[in-house]
Unconditional design. Structure first.
Length: 171
């Protein structure tokens, strides 16, 4: 146990730099994003995340958006359980044949104006799975996609930028 404590004392606390600009600029930037979302949608942005057949790598990065480090809810963006309450669908994974109908129904249940963001290489172009007997390939083969966020998995900041690009595109 002493060996571990000595190692911790020598290594210190490793951490990353915060993902945003300095605090003085943060408040103005966050307020600007909130106002832009409210202006475009008239309400806070509600996201329904759909796993259409992924390896869960993208889900881990999406889950990171909800922690205090990225503070997605501080921007007025939240995740909802029902597509009937959603403004945006965040789809991950190469669409499996078993999920094709469920994904279409989820899309149809989402009220207009609905946005679709494909997250990860598999959702963008089929990834290593492509289109075949078990998969439909990219999300664009099943639904109209507004924004794609490439990466395997994409970092949380890239996902945030993709969400904001979709909202801005809807304007």
């Amino acid at each position: 146990m002493w060996k571990i404590l000595r190692q911790i004392a020598r290594a210190g606390v490793p951490s990353e730099a915060p993902p945003f600009a300095p605090a003085a600029d943060d408040a103005a930037g966050v307020q600007r994003i909130r106002e832009e979302i409210l202006q475009i949608l008239g309400q806070a942005l509600a996201i329904r995340q759909v796993d259409a057949g992924s390896c869960n790598g993208c889900e881990l990065e999406i889950n990171a958006l909800t922690n205090p480090y990225y503070n997605l809810e501080g921007l007025g963006i939240r995740f909802v359980a029902s597509p009937r309450h959603a403004d945006l669908l965040l789809v991950t994974g190469s669409v499996s044949r078993n999920m094709e109908t469920a994904l279409r129904r989820t899309y149809e249940a989402t009220p207009e104006p609905r946005l679709v963001v494909a997250v990860g290489d598999c959702a963008c172009d089929g990834g290593i799975f492509g289109a075949g007997y078990a998969t439909c390939g990219a999300v664009a083969n099943v639904l109209p996609v507004d924004v794609v966020v490439p990466g395997c998995p994409p970092p949380p900041l890239a996902i945030m930028q993709g969400i904001l690009a979709a909202v801005r595109r809807r304007r």
